[in-house]
Design a protein around this ligand. Structure first.
Ligand code: ATP
Ligand code: MG
Length: 305
């Protein structure tokens, strides 16, 4: 198996709720993958199954180099959506404790804890109680904990969602560095975070896979030509927008607040015909834009419908 992790028809039902409804994907080594989806899509449920914390009700999970029935734990580092810490512990005490739990000797645990705190930028705060840490610092401490046994795959559930802009920035920067060293899978409901960091995306909705692939591939395959027309707002132009039917080149027509938006199959033809028609009909144009759909447009379309 060339993938580090393979999920086949992975399913989890809670009573009659199908939280994850048969999703299949590969996590390739050395890549950074975002599990993307709106609230309730099934991200946490998926991640908890991958991390071995929740038993799937169907499907199969395979990990490279791990025999069926064996635990994949040594391969995986995991940071939950809402990690909790003992606030009275210092960052260093917590990191040593996590390292000891992984079976390191007291001396090894101390040196590994110091190296990791340095790695996540917490050396200066290592002797302070965790209760005084900011959200970003706690999340970075959680990452240190997840890295303690040098996992091949780091799995993070919404590592930045609960953070303010500064905290988000800190943790995203750290993840950018970590993805050079290890394979990363993280969940988010924010497309921008995925776009900033990831090579691949898995977009889920209602427990089903809505779209998957590399960001580049998805951008290229789903890029559409879009024309946005805003009018001045006089009655004649408004009426024109309401009755406009488009030509053969129009694939989708949306009436927007200030005018219309067209997804077109042939931009050059559309440009010629639309400009001609606007001039002929005496429409007062406020803005006319010939552009492309963004990943955000696609994401909104995929998750909403
Ligand atoms: N322990 C549980 N018992 C019953 N239903 C559950 C349980 N855990 C999750 N669900 C349901 O499964 C669905 C998916 O939930 P999940 O937490 O995986 O979504 P999510 O994508 O992580 O959402 P969020 O973005 O809010 O974290 C939801 O409908 C949720 O109500
Ligand atoms: Mg969740």
């Amino acid at each position: 198996m060339s993938a580090l992790l393979r999920a086949e028809q992975l399913t989890k039902a809670f009573g009659s709720t199908q939280a994850v409804a048969g999703i299949s994907f590969d996590i390739a080594p050395g890549r950074c993958t975002a599990l993307l989806g709106p609230n309730g899509a099934g991200k946490t449920t998926t991640i908890r199954m991958l991390a071995g914390l929740l038993q799937p009700t169907g499907g199969k999970l395979s990990y490279a180099g791990v025999k069926p029935g064996q635990s994949p734990n040594s391969l995986l580092g995991y940071l939950p959506q809402a990690p909790s810490f003992y606030g009275w512990m210092t960052g260093r005490e917590y990191a040593v404790y996590a390292a000891r739990l992984c079976g390191l000797s007291a001396a090894e645990a101390r040196s590994q804890a110091d190296a990791l705190l340095e790695r996540v930028g917490l050396s200066a705060a290592a002797n302070r109680a965790i209760s005084g840490y900011s959200g970003g610092m706690k999340q970075r401490l959680g990452l240190a904990q997840a890295l303690v046994h040098r996992p091949k795959l780091l799995i993070l559930d919404e590592p930045v969602s609960a953070l303010d802009p500064l905290g988000r920035h800190e943790v995203l920067m750290l993840l950018r560095e970590l993805k050079q060293e290890t394979t990363v899978l993280f969940s988010t409901h924010v497309l921008h975070d995925a776009e900033q960091l990831c090579d691949d995306v898995l977009i889920i909705r209602n427990g089903e896979m809505a779209l998957q692939g590399s960001i580049e591939e998805i951008k290229n395959n789903h890029r559409m030509s879009v024309i946005t027309l805003h009018i001045e707002g006089d009655d004649h132009s408004k009426q024109w927008c309401v009755s406009y039917q488009g030509g053969a080149y129009v694939k989708e027509l949306r009436r927007i607040e200030k005018g219309i938006e067209l997804v077109v199959t042939d931009m050059e033809l559309a440009r010629r015909e639309l400009l001609g028609q606007l001039a002929e009909d005496g429409i007062r144009v406020a803005k006319l834009e010939f552009g492309h759909s963004t990943l955000e447009d696609l994401f909104m379309k995929v998750v909403s419908g």
